[in-house]
Design a protein around this ligand. Structure first.
Ligand SMILES: Nc1ncnc2c1ncn2[C@@H]1O[C@H](COP(=O)(O)OP(=O)(O)OP(=O)(O)O)[C@@H](O)[C@H]1O
Ligand SMILES: [Mg+2]
Length: 501
């Protein structure tokens, strides 16, 4: 008999060493609906979806696809059953082209050889459908994060799966790409596909979602029709209590001038950038994805080459040629692409914290002081409430949001003068966001200067003292927060936009 459900998971449990990731959780998906799976970082969302897509085996519970029981599932079998997943973390092969990534594992073959031409043509059709101006022959490693994410989406769509799981698809996308994705989702829905949607950007739900299921700490809380609920109710079910203050801004006296950047040039996306940062000030860098904000902070941190310009910290001219110069001068940076630049994912939390703090934990002979290292790690874990069974948990086994907290946490425990956060709340749940805001405030109160790059306008408006807007590598405006509005920022952010796409 044909089931009403494309997929049914009931009473699923899954345990990892020291972690009960799922404790009797149920979830189902109908044809033609978008079902959101919501919960805090570490609630078990990705684990449940990895079970559904054959990445993990379940410990106990029942799994049905189109009414038929499924056992011994693996990723290939899931694909055959029509289940595709867009993973939370980018899973691209950086050295392969866009087309090769899209057809990875399903390569088109002709005469025993890869049929590059056929793959490029087929990829081109999918990319056009997504309104992406990408060449199928581009090597993926050369693309910005947002384009890589779109390629990941293209890959899932190319399988024509009936069930498509999207684990935080929008966390790295530009607003234009997000609109495009929503258009595609609504179209897939009309064509009878079922979509599981995971996101920490709850305001997105209104555009696409039919039902929501909430998990908390590996347990099932509730499934509701979206029309019968509202965001405050959803948040309190996710967190277990209400969250009152979304942006806990603190006011403090602006101190002396700390950092002065004059006429900085570093590649096409950093042109003649000048600004000043004071002690106890948070500068928010706003703009569209690709405006050059990340490039500015990378140049300041020594990760991108500075061509010309002056950087002065506390009146002293700096010569930043590599991150080590920046770190020694007192600049810390939590980068945007955590997996590639922010973490050693195969090392555990304590090693990651230790690496960023070697100067303070190493004795004169270069031997690591284990006690200090443990203390610093404990501080990072406590202050950011990193959810982990121990300090020596491998970072790759942490949930996405908790990985992000490690990136931020390892710098938090350093005594830096300037701390740069590039999209620090990406993939972070509502409650943890507030923890990161509180952290920025604490730094501010200690007289540290904070540079905060974010594509989420409400948080830039909610947390910054001064907002710098960029477009095409240039600063198009600086607004004191009292004068800033979303409209003003958007106008500045699109001032030099060229519609080449
Ligand atoms: N391979 C693994 N080994 C050990 N523990 C794991 C593994 N995968 C996940 N976990 C743990 O299981 C729990 C649930 O993680 P999961 O990734 O499912 O959370 P999530 O809801 O997707 O969170 P986020 O919103 O941060 O992505 C976490 O405590 C995580 O550390
Ligand atoms: Mg996850």
């Amino acid at each position: 008999m044909q089931s009403e459900y494309l997929v049914e998971l009931s009473n699923i449990s899954k345990e990892f060493p020291g972690v009960k990731a799922l404790d009797s959780v149920s979830f189902d998906l109908k044809a033609g609906e978008v079902h959101a799976l919501l919960g805090e970082n570490g609630a078990g969302k990705s684990t449940l979806m990895k079970i559904m897509s054959g990445v993990y085996e379940l410990d106990s519970g029942d799994f049905f696809v189109n009414g038929d029981r499924v056992t011994d599932i693996d990723p290939r079998k899931a694909q055959e059953l029509g289940i595709a997943i867009i993973h939370q973390e980018l899973n691209m092969c950086a050295h392969l082209t866009v087309a090769e990534n899209i057809f990875l594992g399903r390569e088109k073959i002709k005469g025993g050889m890869l049929d590059q031409k056929a793959m490029n043509e087929a990829a081109d059709i999918i990319l056009k459908e997504l309104k992406l101006s990408l060449s199928p022959q581009t090597v993926v490693g050369n693309l910005p994060v947002s384009s890589q994410q779109m390629v990941e989406i293209a890959k899932a769509l190319s399988t024509d799966a009936k069930v498509i799981i999207m684990d935080e698809p929008t966390s790295a996308l530009t607003s234009k790409e997000i609109d495009e994705l929503f258009r595609i989702i609504n179209d897939l829905k009309k064509r009878g596909h079922g979509i599981v949607y995971i996101s920490h950007r709850l305001e997105e739900l209104t555009h696409i979602v039919d039902r929501v299921t909430i998990l908390r700490d590996g347990r099932y809380i509730k499934t509701l029709n979206f029309a019968d609920t509202n965001l405050p109710e959803i948040i309190s079910m996710m967190v277990g209590h209400e969250i009152n203050e979304k942006f806990p801004r603190v006011r403090c006296e602006r101190g002396e001038k700390l950092l002065e950047v004059k006429h900085l040039n570093a590649g096409p996306l950093v042109r003649d950038v000048s600004f000043e940062l004071y002690k106890g000030e948070i500068i928010g860098f706003a703009g569209l994805m690709g405006a050059g904000r990340t490039e500015v902070v990378k140049a300041l941190f020594g990760a991108n080459r500075i061509e010309s310009g002056e950087v002065t910290l506390e009146g002293r001219r700096l010569s930043i040629r590599s991150p080590i110069n920046a770190i020694v001068a007192g600049i810390a940076c939590a980068p945007e692409d955590r997996k590639r630049e922010g973490l050693c994912v195969n090392l555990h939390i304590r090693e990651n914290v230790g690496l960023a703090n070697l100067d303070s934990i190493c004795g004169p002979l270069g031997v690591i002081n284990g006690k200090k290292e443990r203390e610093l790690t404990a501080r990072a874990i406590n202050e950011l409430k990193i959810k982990t069974p121990s300090q020596v948990q491998s970072v790759k086994n942490l949930s996405g949001g908790n990985q992000q907290k490690v990136v931020v946490g390892k710098w938090l425990v350093r005594d830096a003068k300037v701390v740069i956060f590039d999209e620090p709340t990406r993939g972070i749940d509502v409650a943890a966001k507030v923890e990161i805001y509180n952290l920025m405030n604490r730094l501010k109160e200690q007289g540290i200067g904070v540079i905060f790059v974010s594509s989420e306008m409400p948080e830039v408006l909610g947390m910054s003292d001064k907002i710098i807007v960029m477009c095409n590598g240039r600063i198009t405006g600086t607004l004191p927060v009292e004068d800033a509005t979303q409209d003003k920022i958007l106008t500045l952010a699109t001032r030099y936009e060229t519609y080449s796409a």
